[in-house]
Design a protein around this ligand. Structure first.
Ligand SMILES: C[S@@+](CC[C@H](N)C(=O)[O-])C[C@H]1O[C@@H](n2cnc3c(N)ncnc32)[C@H](O)[C@@H]1O
Length: 262
């Protein structure tokens, strides 16, 4: 009997599903949960870090909507959970349009299921490192007007991409495509002061399809080349425009986050 190859291999952990497991979601397999559990042994704060990252995403989208942005390109969008970009954006701006992009077929499948027949959103299965291809897809052409400001989201994704000309060209491509007034939100893993936990996490993820590349603050800042960081600049994720006043101890979240303006 022949078998039909499936795009999703439940035995191969994926960054999207490991993250879903860390967030307490149920769109993941045993192999993903095993990596999530091992990651939490290495770095017990990691589920909190994942939740804090989602909170940054929510605040960044709300900020962008408050600045009048009505269209979003969510690159490395992952598996839908609470406070997805279209929900947060529409709470502030009904009718906001969102194009979700992920290279993981399971993230794309779950996203399509959640979005159903919502005509103001679309999900593209693509590698974000090819901006020309992403922006040439018919959903992107139909939903996004690149003559108007756009919110580009690269949240908890660039630390899965190694340095090199591909990444530089991709960042340049999105910068060039973005109209003045556009915003770019990035959150990114940084090394712990004792390098051991992040080294061990990188080692763990190297056994998945998505090796982890932690970058120091200078290198994360350079991801914003061509953009001007809005206040408060590049800061530990929970300190970026917190809902409830100043946050202390956010360095332990090992994440830097910022929003740049074109
Ligand atoms: C940790 S999840 C983050 C999800 C979401 N952005 C968030 O912050 O909640 C990272 C996602 O990036 C996706 N990803 C990694 N490399 C990618 C690439 N080169 N192109 C598109 N998606 C990518 C993974 O498949 C995964 O779904």
């Amino acid at each position: 009997m022949s078998t039909v190859p499936l795009p999703i291999d439940p035995n191969r952990p994926s960054a999207a599903r490991i993250y879903d497991a860390l967030l307490g979601g149920n769109h993941n397999f045993a192999a993903d949960r095993a990596v999530a559990a091992r990651a939490a042994e290495i770095l017990p704060e990691i589920p909190q870090i994942a939740r804090a990252n989602r909170d940054f995403l929510r605040r960044a989208v709300r900020y962008a909507a408050g600045r009048g942005i009505r269209q979003f390109l969510d690159l490395g969008s992952g598996i839908p959970t609470e406070n997805n970009v279209h929900e947060v954006a529409r709470a502030a701006a009904p009718g906001a349009r969102v194009v979700y992009v992920d290279r993981d077929p399971s993230a794309v499948l779950y996203s399509r299921h959640v979005l159903g027949d919502d005509e103001q959103t679309a999900v593209i299965e693509s590698d974000l490192r090819d901006p020309a291809a992403v922006l040439a897809t018919s959903p992107a052409r139909d939903l996004l007007d690149l003559n108007r400001p756009i919110g580009i989201l690269m949240v908890a994704v660039l630390h899965f991409l190694p340095d090199g000309p591909d990444l530089d060209a991709a960042l340049d491509g999105y910068l060039e495509a973005a109209a003045p007034g556009s915003l770019l939100a990035i959150s990114h893993a940084i090394p712990s002061s004792d390098p051991e936990p992040t080294d061990r996490l990188a080692e763990l993820y190297s056994r998945t399809g998505t090796p982890l590349v932690v970058r120091d603050a200078d290198r994360v800042a350079r991801l914003f080349d061509g953009w001007t960081l809005v206040e408060p600049g590049l800061v530990p994720g929970p300190q970026w425009r917190p809902d409830d006043g100043p946050v202390t101890g956010a360095e332990r979240f090992l994440t830097l986050a910022g929003v740049g303006e074109r």
